[in-house]
Structures are given as C-alpha cells and as structure tokens.
Design a protein around this ligand. Sequence first.
Ligand SMILES: [Zn+2]
Length: 272
Amino acid sequence: MKRLLLAAFAIIAFLTPSCMQQQMQQIAYNSKVVVLDIGHYFEPTRGGQGARTPDATKGGMIEETEFWYRYAGEVKKTIEEAGYSCRICNRGDVPNDPKLAAAAEKAGVHHVKSPIPTAIYRSTHHPRRIAVGMLSTNYALDQQPGAVVYLHHNSNSARWRVFNKGAFYCNEVGVRMAQTMAQVMSRDILDTPDGSGMPNNGVPCGVVLRTDGRKGGGDWLNACNESYVPAVITEVAFLSNPQHARYLNKHENAVKFARVIGRGVVEYLNQR
Ligand SMILES: [Zn+2]
C-alpha cells in the first residue's frame, strides 16, 4: 500500500509540470487577445527615445516611439475589425506632447510607468528573464494573450544608407506568426508591382529567430516563449534608409504600413 502511494505521488509529481504547461499552451492557443507594445518610451524634454532618421531631409524627422504613438491605433483597428481584442502598452509614462498624448488616449494606450525606463527589470512570470522594458512584457503576459507584437523600426547607421534586410524577430513559438507577417509584408507593401508600396530593392521581409537572452529584447521573447505566447519584434523599416524614411513620412503610407502589420497578425490568428 505504502509503495503504491509513493508510486502515485511520483506520478503526480511527474505529471503536474507538464499539465501546467499544457494548460498555459491552451490559454495562449485559445486567447483572442493581442498585445502591442510601443517600443522605447517618451522622455519629457528629449522626446521619443528610440531610433530616428539621421535628419529631416527625407520629408521630416521620424523617431520610432513617436511614430508608433501615432500609428499603433491603426494596427489595433485592423486586429479588432477581424474580431480579436487588442491592447496597447508602453513602458513609460504618457507623453507630454499634447498631440501624442491625444493619439495615446484615442488608441487606449496603457502606460506601464516603469520607474526607470532605461533600467533592467525582472519578469514576474519567468523570474530568470530580465531586460530593459520588461515591465511591458509583464503587462502583456498578465493579459493572457494569444500574441504579443513589439512595435519598432530599425536603424543601422547614423547616416543615410540604403539597407533592405528588415525582419521580424521572433521567439520559437512565434516562428509561424513571424513567417505569416513577413509574407503579408512582402506581398502587400514591399515593392508592390503598382509602385505604391515601400521600396525595398526586391528584398523580401525576413524572419529571425532570437533566443539570445538579454540582447535587444531577447528576454521579452524568451519570457513570452515560456508562456507559449508567440511574440514578434517588428524591425522591418530602417529609419536610416532614405527610401523607407521618405515612404513612411507620408501619412497614408504610414497608415498602410501599420495596417499591414495588423493584417499579418490576423492572418496568423485565423490560421492557428
Ligand atoms: Zn526600437
């Protein structure tokens, strides 16, 4: 009898973690919630703290945080029109720029208000994961999402330089989502035959699996991965590429770009 009890305990101990994992997998798989994170944060005197164009000669300055304050609402709209629920967050506080504050309010941005937005914080869900900006990921995983998208742009030079190897960086469970988003990006906006799309010299949008820990938000992706939540960092447009900057400086193009990101997420969720 005693031996039987011990065996039963051993089986329970063995099963419990995998049951928990299965449950987490099911929650993510069944979730209709998408969380968008506006990258970096807005600093009251210096403005958006992300990448920016080298200068204003291509139709105006673009800074990625400010760009996404203006256009994250378009990504959200696309996702919600398809029947999913979408929440937007940012690691910082409400921008003191009245136009950006109004855009944030309109899009319903939740400000996480990290006490020091440039400091490293720990994941509450997976405590061995630490990163700058982790409080956004804590918020995102609190929503029990089916997908998380970190809205960024890239830049690889302080000077103008044509560079076309943009990509969606993703976690392991997010590879399919990133592939779908890249396909939609290449199909609907990069070098479209009618010439209305974003010029990219024939280079399709890439996908990069990132498991390298703290580097560039790697642990946001890892924390999501450990909750079985597909997560993607958008690094498709290069603000140091004059062709991309000129394109995104037109309001209707920026809306189109944001909507293509939303469409990629929707196509992935519809095919799950
Ligand atoms: Zn960024």
